[in-house]
Design a protein around this ligand. Sequence first.
Ligand code: SME
Length: 159
Amino acid sequence: MAETLILPQTQNREEIYESLFPQIEALLFGEEDFVANTANIAAALREAFGFFWVGFYFVKDNQLVLGPFQGPIACTRIPFHKGVCGKCYTDAQTIIVPNVDEFPGHIACSSASKSEIVVPVFNEPGDIIAVLDVDSDKLNDFSEADKIGLEKVVRLLSS
Ligand code: SME
């Protein structure tokens, strides 16, 4: 297994996702452990994009429970109906929040977080088993390119 990510010298997110995807695929190849795989995905995304916070919340104990992450310490448990993560879980679809202060019910684990994207993770039968939360310290930092890139990455967890 490669120990270093090879990343293009560009700020273009599409290009970074394109280069990163096969490397994450290789990292996960032959490993079925969900914690190990989500841990490596969080680390790879943080290294590739320098996001403020990248992590998973697992569907567990009838709520969302903090899983592997990279970044500052975070809230450990989120009820299904709370925050951006809860909304993503309830709607079972990706949510982009350009300005967290304008999202009713946003849970501020850190006041430095300004925008975020939350992506659902499904298992093979199609049940939602986790969410991937990515936070930025810049306003309006996520676009359709991140939605497409991150949804593709988390699909690797269900195959
Ligand atoms: N902001 C999230 C909570 C998780 S932290 O950002 C890491 C939310 O509103 O669900």
